[in-house]
Design a protein around this ligand. Sequence first.
Ligand SMILES: Cc1ncc(COP(=O)(O)O)c(C=O)c1O
Length: 416
Amino acid sequence: MDYPIDAVRRRFPALHHADGKGQLPVLFDGPGGSQVPQSVLDAMVGYLGRYNSNFGGFADAGVRTGRLVSDARQAAADWLGCAADEVFFGLNATSLMFNVSRAVAQTWRAGDNIVLSSLDHFSHVSSWQRAAEERGVAVRMLPLNADGSDLDYSALPDLLDGNTRLLAFAAASNVSGTVADTARLVAAARSVGAWVSVDAVHAAVHGLPDAAAWDCDFLFASAYKLGGPHLGICFGKRAHLHALRPYKVAPASEAVPNRWEQGTQSFEAQAGFIAMIDYWAALAEDGAGDRRSRLRRSYAQVRRYEQGISRAVLDGFRQRPFVRLYGLDSEHGRTPTFAFNIVRPNGGIVCPQQIAAWFGERNVAVGSGNFYAWDVVSHLGVAETGLLRIGCMHYTTHDEIACFFALLDEWVQTHL
Ligand SMILES: Cc1ncc(COP(=O)(O)O)c(C=O)c1O
């Protein structure tokens, strides 16, 4: 069956909303935040308008709110591949990382070390780094390979030892789109008895996470990256959620996973999150099976479509010698997220912000900067300038890719 791109796009009001000049948006800023389907918007407004209540109330809205929280945990469990009592919510992935890392670090001692990944967005670096700093624990970085397109896995044996307490890595880079070899990383960590923390914020937009199969200890995701509201989601192994001591308000519930949620949660965001998971589960259009198996089929369908989009982007880049692509020149082993710069005939890099601003005037969202992937941009030698990023989504069209290249050619003809 053909991928129903038109039906997909009809679900997203923002894709049909022109700017003040009458220009429809062309959005390549998905890795920064995606657009939202109408069903998610309806669920959020529906909750706030009718059932807004604190947790634990006995009147109708309170009872519904309690049910909503259970449903949201079940939706998260179906999505992440774990049990409903192993997931909890927070403001965003970053705040959950800071929350969890401080609690985990209480089990570390001076002389221990942790290994972090150079491919990562720095929320998954700084959070663990600060926790290690406070406990006198050494931080080792898993380096990138020579061209910065992937991790240098050959460095693992020298970095991990009997004192390694944690290996933390992103399942996919939010800048180059490179997908990490999760199985290899987890096996390396397990061989020395280290825990594993996975940042799945970018990876979960393009591939179905699987906390159980990955055998990680913690996993972080963020709903606003794939059609949901601003809401962070964390998986933690049940034993850890019981044994560790979370940073919590003393009278708040000690039940797992409630004890890991700090303060009043955004129930409207959880309502939107359930609708987001149901949106993804229905993408496969064949309603058979439980929600997890429908999600699996939806993601497989999206993956095939996005590989076609990646091929089109990479073909376009290859035809343009003024483009310097950072990352894998293949639609395999990557998400449809691309980091690049425009190179002048003298070899200098054009200021990425200048190009992004020019595209922005045409209501085309192209990203520029370091995207908090500090080690990646340093390794690529573009820490000062930054780079350009186009991130495609399951609602990106081939026409939009053609539009991007037509505008890029126009920019080059008029500016280079
Ligand atoms: C790979 C990755 N990790 C972590 C984050 C931080 O997520 P949040 O904005 O939910 O804190 C981002 C956000 O861009 C990201 O792309």
